[in-house]
Design a protein around this ligand. Structure first.
Ligand SMILES: NC(=O)c1ccc[n+]([C@@H]2O[C@H](COP(=O)([O-])OP(=O)(O)OC[C@H]3O[C@@H](n4cnc5c(N)ncnc54)[C@H](O)[C@@H]3O)[C@@H](O)[C@H]2O)c1
Length: 261
């Protein structure tokens, strides 16, 4: 499938770290010109430098994906520099762990703002450019927690479920314009977000950190292991290929059998 994205332009939100960085590198490896949108200036610039150093074409645009003016400026900068926008990967995300009766309301607003409102905003501003060219692929990163609930992650579970509904509407509205949308639902992946969760989960559940991985994160899974970012990036590469054109409106699981039970 090498170089199947030659000439195409992709935005990856939250592309400075973890899964987003793996997606940006994989898409650049397939010939796409990539824009990394992230809050973190330092790691975003470093990520773009790494991709350019490997022969890719990439720039970083500092963006708070939950803020409409930032998102509008991101899409404008992309089209100004690269002339088009073909692929949008809505990946930016964060976690907050607390029981509902202690869940801080500003944390609720922040998680919903980044993962749900952010996905809406970037799609809203990307669509006119995709409609004009009569092509577009939108990939929304949800989670197994977009399909089932767990304790202490109310805002994350709500946002990730919301992303599945939003993806269906994008698929329905986009079809007439040759624009498709798909949600991806990974189980736990070895990234900075996941690593920072282990300590907070240990505190919430009152158990040691190694038990969080074994007894909570991997307990429901058929395959008792974490995913690597590269594995999810390979799925993203497939989902941007012509072979995956009929996959729209749906949620694709990559979850080691996490929700099979
Ligand atoms: N790691 C996992 O186990 C896992 C599993 C399923 C789904 N996911 C989802 O994958 C996505 C990426 O997660 P990750 O594990 O790579 O996390 P990560 O923390 O390594 O990366 C997330 C990135 O999003 C950026 N970000 C946060 N708020 C932002 C904002 N307002 N505007 C722009 N960028 C912002 C961060 O700066 C960071 O670079 C998230 O949506 C997450 O929910 C992760």
């Amino acid at each position: 499938m090498a170089d199947h994205l030659n000439g195409k332009v992709a935005i990856v939100t939250g592309g400075a770290s973890g899964l987003g960085l793996a997606f940006a590198e994989a898409l650049a490896g397939e010939g796409a010109r990539v824009v990394i949108a992230d809050l973190s200036e330092e790691s975003g610039q470093a990520a773009a430098k790494k991709i350019n150093g490997a022969g890719g074409e990439c720039f970083f645009k500092r963006t708070d994906i939950s803020k409409s003016p930032d998102v509008s400026a991101l899409v404008d900068a992309t089209v100004e520099k690269f002339g088009r926008l073909d692929i949008l990967i809505n990946n930016a995300g964060l976690q907050h762990v607390a029981p509902i009766h202690e869940f801080e309301e500003d944390q609720w607003d922040r998680l919903i703002g980044v993962m749900l409102t952010g996905t809406f905003l970037s799609t809203k501003y990307a669509l006119p450019h995709m409609i004009a060219r009569k092509q577009g692929r939108i990939i929304n990163i949800s989670s197994v927690l977009g399909q089932v609930g767990v304790e202490y992650k109310a805002a994350y579970v709500a946002a990730k479920h919301g992303i599945l509904g939003f993806t269906k509407v994008v698929a329905l509205e986009g079809a007439a314009h040759n624009i498709t949308a798909v949600a991806v639902c990974p189980s736990y992946v070895r990234t900075p977000l996941m690593e920072s969760q282990i300590a907070t989960q240990a505190r919430s559940h009152g158990i040691p950190e190694d038990e969080v991985v074994k007894k909570i994160m991997l307990e429901p899974a058929a395959l008792k292991r974490l995913l690597e970012p590269r594995e999810v990036a390979e799925l993203i590469v497939f989902l941007t290929s012509d072979a995956a054109q009929a996959i729209t409106g749906s949620a694709v699981n990559i979850d080691c059998g996490w929700i099979s039970r």
